[in-house]
Ligand binder design. Structure first.
Ligand code: PEP
Ligand code: MN
Length: 276
């Protein structure tokens, strides 16, 4: 992978680069373990506020919520757009959490960047090169999902598009790839986490929600991802998942998320002991 100019762990002289560290809210991503949590979609002011307060109480570091939803069907809920951005922004302020939300269109990058602390590029747009260039120019931290059909090399090249614009604040996120398996929504490729940690200086997150599509698998996959070496997790949490307008099957209840956060802390302690 010698064409990786900016994302490679070594520079042109073959010297090891420092790990990328990105200050977001109270934490430094790449140094401190980071948990992003919140609903799949922002559906209503009360829903996102409830979610924000619950995930903050459980110890999450960043609030998520989609205002622009890239849906497989044009007839599914497409998100609240600008109104959703405002609800998410207010909920983040009230809970004391920075916010992340997806941007799906180059025309919305600067609007979304006015509200969001972190811009998310979703799996369906992972190789939308004009969008990658535009979020590179916007200068805000970017969480870049792996495309569902992207190889590790293709994924890192997507990150190159952002870094090439002079924006070094990129977080990679493994969210499962498409395989012949249909029981799970995607196949979580934890080997990619270990691979990318060796290839690149960028922080690597794991999204077990979209990777599995199954609520009961979020806990085991989150804990396994920590052992695989990830720098953070992105987990969908909804105050009442059965009423969710998108991804109802994979969103945790606040109580389940709180219990998971206990296990996350214990697993991180165990991982720290392994390193010593
Ligand atoms: C999301 O995180 O809201 C999302 C749509 O995920 P992905 O792009 O990984 O499918
Ligand atoms: Mn979702």
């Amino acid at each position: 992978m010698k064409d990786l100019k900016y994302t490679s762990i070594t520079d042109e002289m073959d010297c090891k680069r420092d790990k990328t560290e990105i200050k977001i809210g109270d934490i430094i991503v790449g140094k401190d373990f980071c948990v992003i949590a919140g609903p799949c979609s922002v559906e209503a002011q009360e829903q996102i506020l409830k979610a924000a307060l619950a995930v903050k109480k459980a110890g999450a570091n960043i609030l998520r919520g989609g205002a622009y939803k890239p849906r497989t069907s044009p007839y599914s809920f497409q998100g609240l757009g600008k109104v959703g951005l405002k609800y998410l922004y207010d909920a983040g302020k009230q809970a004391g959490l920075p916010i992340i939300t997806e941007v799906v269109d180059t025309r919305d990058v600067y609007l979304v960047a006015e509200y969001a602390d972190v811009l998310q590029i979703g799996a369906r747009n992972a190789q939308n090169f004009s969008l990658l260039t535009e979020v590179g120019r916007a200068g805000k931290p970017v969480l870049l999902k792996r495309g569902m059909n992207s190889t590790i090399e293709e994924w890192l090249n997507c990150a190159e598009y952002i870094l090439e614009q002079g924006n070094p604040k990129v977080i990679l996120c493994e969210r499962g790839i498409r395989t012949y398996e249909t029981y799970t929504r995607n196949t979580l490729d934890l080997s990619a986490v270990a691979a990318v940690k060796n290839l690149s200086h960028l922080p690597v997150f794991v999204d077990p929600s979209h990777a599995t599509g199954r609520r009961e698998m979020i806990r085991p996959m989150s804990l396994s991802a920590i052992i695989a070496g990830c720098d953070g997790l992105e987990i969908e949490v909804h105050p009442d998942p059965k009423t969710a307008l998108s991804d109802a099957e994979q969103q945790l209840l606040p109580g389940q998320f709180e219990a998971l956060m206990e296990d996350v802390r214990m697993t991180l302690e165990f991982r720290d002991r392994l390193k010593k």
